[in-house]
Design a binder for this molecule. Structure first.
Ligand SMILES: Nc1ncnc2c1ncn2[C@@H]1O[C@H](COP(=O)(O)OP(=O)(O)OP(=O)(O)O)[C@@H](O)[C@H]1O
Length: 264
C-alpha cells in the first residue's frame, strides 16, 4: 500500500499549537488515505496527543488547518466527528458506566440511526424497527469481537481486555471511513496485542486508520506509513522499514530514554 497515490481522507496542514511559551506542534503535516494504517509515534511529550486532539476538534491550532476529504474543517468539535464518518477511541476505555456493553455499542451506531438515539434508547417514538436493526448490528459486531457473552453486563464488571474490545466495537459499529486510535494497546499484553494488531490491519482494509501508539512492535508490524514527531516537529515519515533505518528516529528515542533516566 502506498500513501501517495490515494487522495487522503484526513489531512493536517501546517499545524502549529503553542501552550503559553511551549511549542507543542510546529508546522506539522500528516495525511491518512483510505485503506491505509498510518502510525503516529514519538517519544513522550513529542506532541502526538496534541495532534490527535487537533484532528478531533478538541484543540484549535494557532496556525494550519485540518482537511476532511478535501474540505477544510472550520470550528469542528468532537461531536461532529461521527456525522463526518470519523470514529475514535481515546486513551483508557471511555465506556458509559451506566449502560450495558450492548447499549454502549448501540450508542456508537448513532450514525446509522434514522430517527435519533435518545428516542431509540428510551423507546419513545416509532423507532422500533431502527432499534431492532441497530441491536442486531451491535450484537453482530460484539460477536465478531468475541465478547457477545458480555452484551448485557455493565462494563465495569468485566475484565479490562473485554472492555477494550467493547470500546473498539463501539468505534467501528457505525462503519466509519476513518478510525482514530489513541494508544489502543495500553494496558494489554501478549496475545491481546497480537489480536488487536490483526484487527487493526483488517480495519485498515476497509477504512483509513490513524494509530497513535507507543508499542513499537505493533506499530512496525501493522502500519503502512509512519510519521515520527519529536519536540512538536515531524522528524521522519515513511514506511516501517524507512523509519526503522532512520538515525534521527533512533537518536530521538535514545535522547528521550537518556533524559528519562537522568538524575536531574
Ligand atoms: N493543555 C496543555 N497545556 C500545556 N502544555 C501542554 C498541554 N497539553 C500538552 N502540553 C505539552 O505539550 C507537549 C506535547 O504533549 P503531548 O501530550 O501532545 O505529547 P505526547 O507525544 O502525546 O506525549 P505522551 O506520549 O507522553 O502522551 C508536552 O510538552 C506537554 O507537556
Amino acid at each position: 500500500m502506498t500513501t501517495t497515490t490515494l487522495a487522503p481522507l484526513l489531512r493536517a496542514e501546517g499545524v502549529t499549537v503553542r501552550f503559553g511559551g511551549l511549542l507543542a506542534l510546529g508546522d506539522v503535516g500528516l495525511a491518512v488515505p483510505p485503506g491505509t494504517v498510518v502510525g503516529l509515534i514519538g517519544p513522550n511529550g513529542a506532541g502526538k496527543t496534541t495532534l490527535f486532539n487537533v484532528l478531533s476538534g478538541v484543540v484549535r491550532p494557532q496556525q494550519g488547518r485540518v482537511v476532511w476529504k478535501g474540505r477544510p474543517l472550520r470550528g469542528h468539535r468532537p461531536h461532529h466527528l461521527a456525522g463526518l464518518g470519523i470514529a475514535r477511541t481515546l486513551q483508557g476505555l471511555n465506556l458509559f458506566p451506566g449502560l450495558s456493553v450492548l447499549d454502549n455499542v448501540i450508542v456508537g451506531a448513532d450514525r446509522l440511526a434514522g430517527g435519533g438515539m435518545p428516542a431509540m434508547l428510551t423507546g419513545l417514538g416509532g423507532y422500533q424497527r431502527d432499534e431492532r436493526r441497530l441491536r442486531d448490528k451491535a450484537m453482530a459486531v460484539l460477536e465478531d469481537f468475541g465478547v457477545a457473552d458480555a452484551a448485557h453486563a455493565m462494563p465495569q464488571t468485566l475484565p479490562y481486555g473485554v472492555q477494550k474490545r467493547a470500546a473498539l466495537a463501539r468505534a467501528v459499529v457505525a462503519e466509519p471511513e476513518l478510525l482514530m486510535l489513541d494508544e489502543p494497546a495500553s494496558g494489554l499484553s501478549g496475545a491481546d496485542i497480537t489480536e488487536l494488531g490483526d484487527r487493526i490491519r483488517a480495519f485498515g482494509r476497509r477504512m483509513g486508520v490513524l494509530l497513535v501508539e507507543h508499542h513499537m512492535d505493533l506499530v512496525m508490524g501493522i502500519c503502512d506509513h509512519i510519521v515520527v514527531l519529536n519536540f512538536g516537529e515531524v522528524i521522519a515519515s515513511g514506511s516501517p522499514a524507512v523509519i526503522r533505518a532512520d538515525p534521527a528516529v533512533a537518536q530521538a528515542y535514545l535522547g528521550a530514554s537518556v533524559r528519562e533516566g537522568s538524575d536531574d
